[in-house]
Design a protein around this ligand. Sequence first.
Ligand code: PLP
Length: 378
Amino acid sequence: MKLFDVYPLFPIEPVKASGSWLWDSEGKKYLDLYGGHAVISIGHNHPHFVEALKSQLDKISFYSNSVQNSMQEKLAEKLGQLSGYNNHQLFLCNSGAEANENALKLASFVTGRKKIIAFKKAFHGRTSGAVAATDNPKIVAPFNAGHEIVFLPLNDVIAFDQAIDNTIAAVIIEGIQGVGGIQVPDDVFLKHITQKTKQAGALLILDEVQSGYGRTGKFFAHQHAGIEADLITLAKGMGNGFPIGGVMIHENIKPWSGMLGTTFGGNYLACAAGLAVLEVIEKENLMASAETLGNYWMNELQSYSTILDVRGRGLMIGFDLPESWAALRKDLLFKHFIFTGEAKPNTVRLLPSLSLTKSEADIFLEALSAELKQPAVL
Ligand code: PLP
């Protein structure tokens, strides 16, 4: 059987990984500043993570959610402690889209409404409900997911005030827009929409799938604005590569049996991975490190005259170049062996492991300097 050909692939096959490094099948070594879309949070194959998975495999890897599973409780407790959201409740699932689907569903259950406010250029996933809240014509499917979605420009208070009323079930917003090119919501905007959403009797959903898990220097990106969300969605960095997602749910939202469901969500291996990630973030002080290195990179990037704009927080950084520099990402990969991400060809995204070191950060800056001194490749 052939693979369904939907991903543009680099002709590189990674066969080994450690920390921020990957090795391909020809023995070439690459610096990974992308982590497979912000997934590698504590570093590839961190020894504590590997050990946690191995020792869980020796006990039990899977059983359905019809039995008690204290691993889920341990994970929920640690997550509450590190995120500061001790009073929220945790529902575990398998991916970011699934987390958002469940959050939207919860908002409709709670409010009895189906209208959602989302923001232009946001990305929330590729399943039916979540995709309908995603302003990307390439992936919006031609069917009605059951929610009516209003798309607003990010950071536009006037547009928001005109749209929010007591027909709205939820407002869904990314802590920092990732796929949309690292667009940061203003702190004042976040404060404003939190207050107005509450007044309208709607729920605020913070999609922290990409921006969460310590990446920005706080556990969640929205915590820089000093706000609290009713529902917070998680995935990516949560399992450092092991598929796991979750929704953190306000204590006022009362569960009833069958309200949400999943087969694989919260399985023992996923919980072991999730718990190990949190333990490493705490023990190695990775949130502080993400903030320090992020500030360092942002300052350095701002000093390049070729770079048009630098955005982000902590280790979630995007920068724009003139369109003539669209080949930069490929040059970084094939000439300097550095993986980065992109939003569009001339917008580079940096989403490395939070365990990145200063000397690894400098390897990137040296490669960038070498490239940007050269004339643009058209
Ligand atoms: N939300 C955000 C902010 C994302 O960046 C993504 C994926 O890139 C998703 C949701 C969807 O997550 P998944 O691919 O795990 O379904």
